[in-house]
Design a protein around this ligand. Structure first.
Ligand code: CO
Length: 152
């Protein structure tokens, strides 16, 4: 595994839409593993491929629920509830702000073994999934902040 360089707000790659991954092969698995290592090295709970300069629909998440999720082509197929909570982002260091997200989501994705999976998530895990999928569409949490007082 290897650390990858993070991209930061202002880098136009963070505003681009990522492409679907047709097959989770060794190359994608290596990307996923590198992303996990990079996430841990920066004390993050999630990371999306554009944050390391790769415009592919790949995200990794570890919200300390005992699981590391490595997802290709994640897609939210249903959501319910709403909850406002503070978010931050490794690509927008030193800023935090309140963002409204669904309480619960159901997400379909392809896992690191190229198997189709469906996951029901709530709370912080649901929030992390939504935040990381936003990255795949060129959206940053600062676009969604509701309290208008992003802390620097
Ligand atoms: Co982020």
């Amino acid at each position: 595994m290897a650390l990858r360089n993070l991209r930061y707000e202002g880098d136009e790659i963070l505003r681009k839409k990522s492409r679907e991954v047709p097959l989770v092969d060794d190359r994608i698995r290596m990307l996923m593993d590198d992303m996990v290592e990079t996430m841990y090295a920066n004390d993050g709970v999630g990371l999306a491929a554009p944050q390391v300069g790769i415009l592919k629909r790949v995200i990794v998440i570890d919200v300390e629920d005992g699981n590391i999720y490595k997802m290709a082509n994640p897609k939210i197929i249903s959501e319910s509830g709403e909850e406002a909570a503070e978010e931050g982002c490794l690509s927008v260091p030193e800023k935090r702000g309140l963002v409204v997200r669904p309480m619960k989501v159901v997400v379909e994705y392809t896992d690191e073994n190229n198997q189709a999976k469906k996951l029901e998530a709530e709370g912080l895990l649901a929030r992390a999934i939504c935040h990381e999928i936003d990255h795949l569409n060129g959206v940053l949490f600062i676009d969604r902040v509701i309290d208008d007082k992003i802390e620097e």
